[in-house]
Design a protein around this ligand. Structure first.
Ligand SMILES: *[C@@H]1O[C@H](CO)[C@@H](O)[C@H](O)[C@H]1NC(C)=O
Ligand SMILES: *[C@@H]1O[C@H](CO)[C@@H](O)[C@H](O)[C@H]1NC(C)=O
Ligand SMILES: *[C@@H]1O[C@H](CO)[C@@H](O)[C@H](O)[C@H]1NC(C)=O
Ligand SMILES: *[C@@H]1O[C@H](CO)[C@@H](O)[C@H](O)[C@H]1NC(C)=O
Length: 432
């Protein structure tokens, strides 16, 4: 008895030693992300199919799953359609089912007895229908020598129609949203790591940022672990998706912003209930990589712009606006600092009683050498805005955002420029 339990103990110790050393050194999946100069989309690349082909995808933080344009020459000997009612179909909560083939020979978007879902293009705001299927999927990792393979990664096969507005060469969307079918969920369940991922977008179109799947450390040169000293705030579930699939929660990530300050003074003049999500799923604050700049509902936008203009030092000259921005300034009397142009700070005061500070590097867009604009835009009024504040790409660049799906919380670093590093400083050629 005693000897068998001590044997068990030794065995367990060995087991934990081996697994913990594996956990430390095993490479984790990673997306290398570049900003497209023309469209300002964040673009990444994976490989898929047999034989393997590289596939460029636009990143969509709030997208429910990956989708790919299958109409444009999808050939693969390993494609598997998802049978109606199967577990992968249930991941999408989909009741749509194709019966009877519509193409001969069957191609990936028209198999018989296969479930589907309507993929959305968050850039062009269009949607269509597509089928769910799986194929071989390869993704880069934190170790350049190790490319990771998922034999069956589920995605939606869409058609040419949905490709509108995507950056040159892009044929799909990498959805990182809050669903069981998104890339973070499928990767964490296949590789068995915590359902966490981190977004670190580069502000430069000449250097890459990254999406790290799994837990930190996320080490940026010169040896800064961007996962240390994060501030945490709960991720809020919006119970209603905008496309109105009944009963489904929104795949987008929402945080609880309570009020907004400019130069430490509360912005007045808008109804703060707009910052909460109402019974119909409207309002609130989400984070998006599909919007290059933060979009605000009109009354919030006007109040923030007025407060920002008022807080600018008197010797800074206001100049004509450059679309799409609503407040532009001469750069003449604005000094540059490590955290970008020295302008009034913008604070998002969170219900969790902490603050997301936006400094000049993230609030200001340098339109040209002489003109700096506040990089926020007004929500289009030709269709009713549903989300009151959509924090866009420019405002999250060079900040590390860690999405912890199990704990339902967001960890944010604030500008990494303050720590003398940036999201462009990950070593993609590391062999560690
Ligand atoms: C499916 O429904 C469940 C329960 O309503 C929900 O938690 C989940 O997010 C839904 N999945 C998708 C992909 O919408
Ligand atoms: C489509 O699948 C259904 C269910 O498996 C089957 O009954 C039907 O015969 C199939 N139709 C075609 C055209 O293959
Ligand atoms: C703010 O908006 C809410 C919801 O639309 C409304 O019930 C409330 O009366 C408004 N408050 C003010 C001060 O206008
Ligand atoms: C990146 O990692 C590789 C391999 O580990 C190393 O040789 C190289 O010096 C690193 N690059 C930088 C800039 O530190």
């Amino acid at each position: 008895m005693a000897s068998s339990s001590s044997f068990l103990l030794v065995f367990l110790c060995l087991f934990f030693l081996v697994t913990s050393s594996v956990a430390k050194t095993s490479p984790r999946p990673l997306l290398q992300v570049t900003k497209d100069t023309k469209t300002l989309q964040y673009v990444t690349q994976i490989s898929q199919r047999t034989p393997l082909v590289p596939v460029k995808l636009t990143l969509d933080l709030g997208g429910p799953y990956m989708w790919v344009n299958c109409e444009r020459g999808y050939t693969s000997s390993t494609y598997i359609p998802a049978r109606c009612g199967s577990a992968p179909c249930r991941l999408l909560n989909t009741t749509s089912c194709t019966t009877g083939t519509t193409c001969q020979p069957p191609v990936p978007d028209c198999f018989n007895n296969t479930c589907g879902h309507g993929p959305d293009n968050p850039i062009a705001n269009t949607g269509t229908s597509g089928q769910l299927g799986a194929d071989v999927f390869k993704i880069q990792s934190t170790n350049v020598l190790s490319v990771l393979t998922v034999p069956r990664l589920y995605f939606i096969c869409g058609n040419n129609f949905i490709n509108d507005g995507l950056a040159s060469g892009v044929t799909g969307i990498a959805g990182l949203g809050r669903t069981g079918a998104s890339l973070p969920s499928q990767l964490s369940s296949y590789f068995r790591f915590d359902p966490k991922f981190a977004l670190c977008l580069s502000s430069s179109t000449r250097s890459s940022g990254a999406v790290f799947f799994g837990d930190g450390p996320y080490t940026l040169l010169p040896n800064v672990d961007a996962s240390s000293s994060l501030t945490y705030t709960p991720l809020i579930v919006n119970p209603v998706t905008e496309s109105g699939f009944l009963g489904d929660a929104s795949p987008k990530y929402f945080i609880g912003v309570k009020s907004i300050k400019v130069n430490e003074k509360s912005v007045k003049g808008f109804n703060e209930t707009l910052l909460s999500i109402d019974g119909e799923g409207k309002g609130g604050t989400s984070i998006s990589t599909a919007h290059p700049y933060t979009v605000m509902e009109t009354s919030i936008y006007k109040a923030v712009v007025a407060a920002f203009v008022k807080a600018m030092p008197k010797n800074v000259e206001k100049v004509p606006n450059v679309a799409p921005f609503g407040a532009c300034f001469s750069s003449k009397n604005i000094v540059s600092t490590r955290l970008g142009p020295a302008v009034p700070s913008i604070d998002l005061e969170l219900r969790s009683k902490n603050v997301w500070r936006i400094n000049g590097a993230n609030s200001i867009v340098e339109v040209n050498n002489n003109v700096l604009c506040l990089g926020f835009v007004e929500a289009r009024t030709d269709f009713a805005p549903t989300i009151s504040v959509v924090i866009g790409g420019h405002q999250i660049e060079d900040n590390l955002l860690q999405f912890d799906l199990a704990a339902s919380r967001l960890g944010f670093s604030s500008s990494l420029l303050g720590r003398s590093t940036s999201c462009a400083n990950f070593n993609f050629t590391s062999t560690d």
